[in-house]
Every structure is written in C-alpha cells, then in structure tokens.
Design a protein around this ligand. Structure first.
Ligand SMILES: [Zn+2]
Length: 246
C-alpha cells in the first residue's frame, strides 16, 4: 500500500482536475482496490508513476544530496556559513501544517531556506497528535509566532474523504483512521454542493485551524497572549497562488 494517498492513482486529483463525479468514482474504485490489497487501475494522467526501482530511487535521492553538499560553498541562504550556524540551533519565523502532497511543498511555495520554516505534514494537513505536538514544540520551544494550516486544490485526501462520506468502504485501518477527521468537512461540502472536493479542502483547513486552538492549551494560550497567530491558507495548483482562507 502506498504511504501517501496524495501520491497514488487510487485518489482522484491526478485523474480528474475538475473533481466531478468521474473523479469521485475513480477515488472510490481505487480505495476499494487498495482495501482489497489489489493494485488500483491506473487512471489516465499526464504524469505516469515513476519507473525507478527502489534502489534507483535511493540513488536519485542521494544524487540530490550530493548536489546539496556541493552547493554549500556558494553564496546564499543555504551556504556553508549558514549551515554551520544552524548546527547550533534553529529559530524559524513561521510554521506550516501542510499536506503531504508532493506538489504542495511549503519550503518551495514560500521560497524558504534551511532553518526558516518549521513544517509538519500529513495527507490532508490534519491537526492530529503528531502535528499538534510538533507545533507545540515550535511555539513553546522555538518561539514561532505564526502557524499556517495550508490546504491545496486537487487534494487526494479530501477526494478520498468525500468518497468515504458518500459510501461505506472497507479500508486499511490506518488509511481509515487518517480520513475520519476529514469527514465533517466532507459532509459540510456535500451539503453545500458545488465542487465538493474543493469545498472539503477549504472546510478542512478552517476546521483544523480551529482544532489547533481548541485542542492545544499551549497554542491557545500563546494566541491569547498575542504571541501566536494561526491562519488558514489555500494553494491553488492551477494558478500557483497561495491565498488566505481562514
Ligand atoms: Zn492533499
């Protein structure tokens, strides 16, 4: 089973940019196939899955790392001097709770270098225990003054939550547990009508902004004291724009 639903063809955002009924049906079919331990049928996509073997993928990762090492001597925010300073500590100016989707990388979207933003990611940018604990550390220990919960257009996790809300599905336990907190957002979007996946993305961001403050006394007290702001953001893949939504 793939580690990240946003990166598989079992989910709709690569197959259907409009997230119409075809996309949802594809999501549901993919989920059912995944649950059955089968390889989901590949939907039409302009980006076929990688053909690299696991060893080739590891080689490619490490080739990238060697480029990172080679760049250390060059001027810029990631240079050798900066890296030496970061070896002694970190003082990021913001934190992002983002989706694990490979197209919504916060450091790239915000052009942030090493040590600049503190990032917690999971499929669906959910304020789960790991994310809340990570962000509590960022605020309480590192003095981060801003958290952005960043959702994005064509989110596979949101599409899967909509499929789950529409029809009971037998899912692997971790995938099911991961998606359950998104169901209220999916149900709200279904009631509202229109583009239900996009509606789910936006409702989910707002719910997780609220959840961070409701479930974490650390974050809530920092916000009440004016030391922290928690905002919602949305990355539109079609226009490459990040905008505030909550
Ligand atoms: Zn996503």
């Amino acid at each position: 089973m793939p580690a990240c639903p946003c990166c598989t063809d079992a989910f709709p955002h690569r197959a259907s940019r409009g997230h119409g009924r075809r996309g949802l049906m594809a999501a549901m079919a993919g989920l059912a196939a995944t649950a059955a331990g089968l390889t989901p049928a590949r939907a039409a996509s302009s980006l076929p899955p990688t053909t690299l073997t696991p060893d080739q993928a590891l080689d490619r990762l490490m080739q990238g790392h060697r480029r990172f090492l080679a760049q250390a001597a060059q001027p810029g925010p990631g240079n050798l001097e900066r890296r030496a300073i970061l070896a002694t500590g970190q003082a990021p100016f913001a934190a992002v709770l983002g989706c694990a989707d490979s197209r919504a990388t916060p450091e790239v979207l915000f052009q942030a270098g090493l040590g600049e933003i503190f990032v917690a990611r999971n499929a669906g940018n959910l304020a789960d225990t790991g994310a809340i604990g990570s962000l509590e550390y960022a605020v309480a220990n590192l003095g981060v003054p801003l958290i952005m919960v960043l959702g994005h257009q064509h989110c596979g996790a949101a599409g899967a939550a909509v499929a789950l809300a529409q029809q009971p599905l037998s899912l692997p336990v971790h995938l099911r547990d991961m998606l359950l907190p998104m169901l209220p957002a999916a149900l709200a979007a279904l009631r509202a009508g229109g583009d239900v996946v996009e509606g789910t993305v936006r409702a989910n961001v707002a719910m997780n902004v609220a959840r961070l403050l409701a479930e974490s006394p650390v974050l809530a007290s920092a916000a009440a004291a004016g030391r922290l702001k928690v905002v919602g953001g949305h990355y539109a893949l079609d226009t490459q724009q990040v905008s505030a939504i909550a």
